[in-house]
Design a protein around this ligand. Structure first.
Ligand code: ATP
Ligand code: MG
Length: 283
């Protein structure tokens, strides 16, 4: 049995549960239960506040966990990063009242900065050789300058709209973060094997995310020209259609190349182009 610590509610909760679901790991979510066994996989889920996940994994109360990289760095927990999961992307930035002229890091000398991430901020200030007062607050950091609690803030930014609403301007980005899968450093072989099976499934989902399955019809004499345009996983499948002189071509392509290729395919005579999401891709 492998125990995974996940956020009980909050910004990472839904994407974490969706990832487990896509990996066919079925965990029922009755929020009142702290520890829930999966129905069809040797995993039990421990629902925690995100602040508690790094230490819980580092000290082995949970074997693995899913948490923001920012939280892992802040807690300085001794856990191994296994995978970046891509969701929960954000950055940690310093921001000032928007009309305040900013000259560079020395601006912060002698100032008071409000944050929920004192460790990460302290390290950055030390690296810059700047002495500033850190005012630790656990929430609503963005209102600190407006109410006279601090001269600047150091907080999570994703779209930046919270900063604009609070008349703040981002001046330094100190780290980028996304959700990471972390593991205790001393997993035994049985637990490693369960983790490996889980990673196999996660990787299949991640490889599928950026790919599309494409089906199209083409005149037989154009098959060579069209397949030359398709950078598939392997070579495309080509099958004759009932109507003589026509073929159906199937392949997998990178989503970000799709729009670039589609016009060329049409120009070569492709018709009835069908683009389908892929759930899992094992290469
Ligand atoms: P908890 O109750 O579990 O302690 P929390 O309030 O500390 O939750 P959330 O706001 O749920 O934390 O954010 C969890 C994580 O989501 C953050 O640590 C960060 O990694 C990520 N995240 C991504 N985008 C944002 C954002 N715009 N604001 C806050 N967190 C974000
Ligand atoms: Mg928290």
């Amino acid at each position: 049995m492998l125990r995974i610590a996940v956020q009980s509610k909050g910004r990472l909760h839904d994407d974490t549960m969706a990832l487990l679901r896509e990996a066919d790991i079925k965990v029922s979510e009755s929020k009142r239960t702290l520890l829930v066994k999966a129905r069809n996989f040797p995993i039990e889920t421990l629902f925690l506040r995100d602040d508690d996940i790094p230490a819980t994994v580092a000290d082995g109360v949970a074997d693995i966990g899913i948490v923001g990289l920012n939280e892992l760095e802040e807690k300085e927990a001794d856990a191994e990063i296994i995978r970046h999961l891509g969701f929960g992307a954000c950055r940690l930035s310093l921001a000032l009242p928007k009309d305040e002229p900013y000259t560079g890091p020395e601006w912060f000398e002698g100032k008071t900065i409000a944050t929920s991430y004192p460790t990460i901020l302290r390290k950055w200030l030390n690296k810059q050789g700047i002495k500033a007062t850190i005012h630790v607050i656990s929430g609503s950091v963005e209102i600190s300058t407006g109410v006279g609690l601090a001269d600047a803030i150091f907080d999570i930014v994703s779209s930046g709209s919270t900063l604009v609403t609070n008349k703040l301007r981002e001046v330094e980005t100190i780290m980028h973060s996304d959700a990471v899968l972390i593991a205790n450093k001393l997993l035994d072989n049985e637990k490693r094997a369960i983790l490996d099976e889980m990673l196999f499934r996660f990787d299949a989902i991640q490889s599928a995310e950026t790919k599309k399955y494409v089906l199209l019809n083409a005149p037989a004499e154009k098959v060579d020209a069209i397949t030359a345009l398709l950078p598939g996983v392997k070579s495309p499948t080509v099958m004759p259609l009932a109507e003589s002189g026509w073929c159906s071509i199937h392949t997998v392509i990178d989503e970000d190349r799709f729009w670039e290729i589609i016009g060329k395919l049409k120009a070569e005579g492709a018709q009835g182009i069908l683009v389908i999401d892929i759930e899992k891709l094992i290469v």
